[in-house]
Write a protein that binds this ligand. Structure first.
Ligand code: COA
Length: 318
């Protein structure tokens, strides 16, 4: 039986940093409020002209290098993003052209902050059925482009970044399971009300009912982690690391409590980059792999939750 395993990880954050103190000068907020409610201290924002695919290419090249895979060897690209460079061609195909792996399937999908989980799940299936051997899985965003920087309820949260993993076939299980979910009944709680078919609104911006999102996120992520463990017949004590969506430290802490995991076993990077949506899980994963916390053989639970709502988990033997 073929399994997929993570052969390498990579990430990239744009150079420009906006701290909480910078935000104090832009909207009616304070560093203390932002840190205590969200855990965020700073965020990175793309430069003028710098796009989602620009960030993704850097993360992808780092993941390929870590995996020892040449760009031309990539034979499948799944790219999660809600902030594509263009309506089309899709970001996966734009990245494919830059990497020079011509003719391979390459696509992007828009499931908001769960974009990487969806992309990972699909790439895992393609590897398992033998149709892909070197899959590049990306989560990348330039959310700063759809953030209203005069709206304090969202400007303090969202930002830009990219993360990537390379999946390859393995005899031993790497990705043990993935579970994906959506529930569109919550569509009005978190959305960007502008689009090609509906028409572009004068105000292209994320709209969010923060309190409501918070409550549903905690509940759904709690069920998602239970589901992942039950599907694998594992007790929560088997987990080495939780690699959660980096949206808000309080949501992360709630999921950790549910798993009875001390925060030392939880990868937290939200303070460095805020909510980078689809990029956040692969970004956090890459940070912890590179700083040596996550080691080969560790059991990881990845999870994310985003607009829609969409959410999902992956249980991974690294
Ligand atoms: N700075 C200072 N005050 C702010 C503020 C800001 N940036 N944003 C809101 N406030 C104020 C509100 O106006 C409100 O004031 P009031 O009591 O005078 O009415 C007060 O702070 C509390 O607002 P509330 O929305 O209840 O705060 P909260 O504790 O729920 O925290 C969030 C707000 C957004 C941090 C929190 O709800 C959250 O993180 N939700 C989840 C968001 C998320 O993760 N979304 C992405 C999911 S992928």
């Amino acid at each position: 039986m073929i399994h997929s395993r993570i052969a390498g990880t990579g990430s990239h954050l744009p150079e420009k940093v906006i701290t909480n103190f910078d935000l104090e000068k832009m909207v009616d907020t304070t560093d203390e409020w932002i840190r205590s409610r969200t855990g965020i201290e700073r965020r990175h924002v793309a430069a003028d002209g710098e796009t989602t695919v620009d960030l993704a290419e850097k993360a992808a090249r780092r993941a390929l290098e870590a995996a020892g895979v040449a760009p031309a060897e990539v034979d499948f690209i799944a790219f999660g993003t809600t902030t594509p460079d263009l309506v089309f061609p899709n970001c996966g195909t734009l990245l494919q052209q830059r990497l020079g792996c011509r003719g391979v399937p390459a696509f992007s999908l828009e499931t908001a902050c769960a974009g990487f989980m969806y992309a990972l799940s699909i790439a895992d299936k393609y590897i398992r059925c033998g149709e892909a051997r070197r899959a590049l899985v990306i989560g990348a965003e330039t959310l700063s482009r759809i953030t209203d920087w005069s709206d304090r309820s969202t400007a303090v949260l969202f930002a830009d970044g990219a993360g990537a993993v390379v999946l390859e076939p393995s005899d031993a299980p790497g990705v043990l399971s993935t579970h994906l979910h959506s529930d569109g009944q919550y569509k009005d709680l978190l959305y960007c009300g502008s689009g090609v078919s509906r028409g572009f609104a004068a105000r292209l911006a994320i709209v969010m009912a923060g309190n409501e999102v918070f409550k549903v996120a905690v509940t759904k992520l709690g069920s998602a982690v239970d589901e992942a463990l039950a599907a694998n017949g594992l007790d929560r004590s088997a987990l080495d690391w939780l690699v959660p969506h980096q949206a808000n430290i309080r949501i992360i802490q709630a999921t950790a409590r549910k798993l009875d995991m001390p925060m030392e076993r939880v990868i937290v990077t939200v303070q460095e980059h805020g909510n980078t949506s689809a990029a956040s899980v692969p970004l956090a994963l890459d940070v912890a792999v590179r700083d040596g916390r996550i080691r080969r053989g560790d059991l990881l639970l990845l999870e994310a939750f985003g607009g829609g709502f969409t959410w999902g988990s992956a249980l991974v033997r690294y």
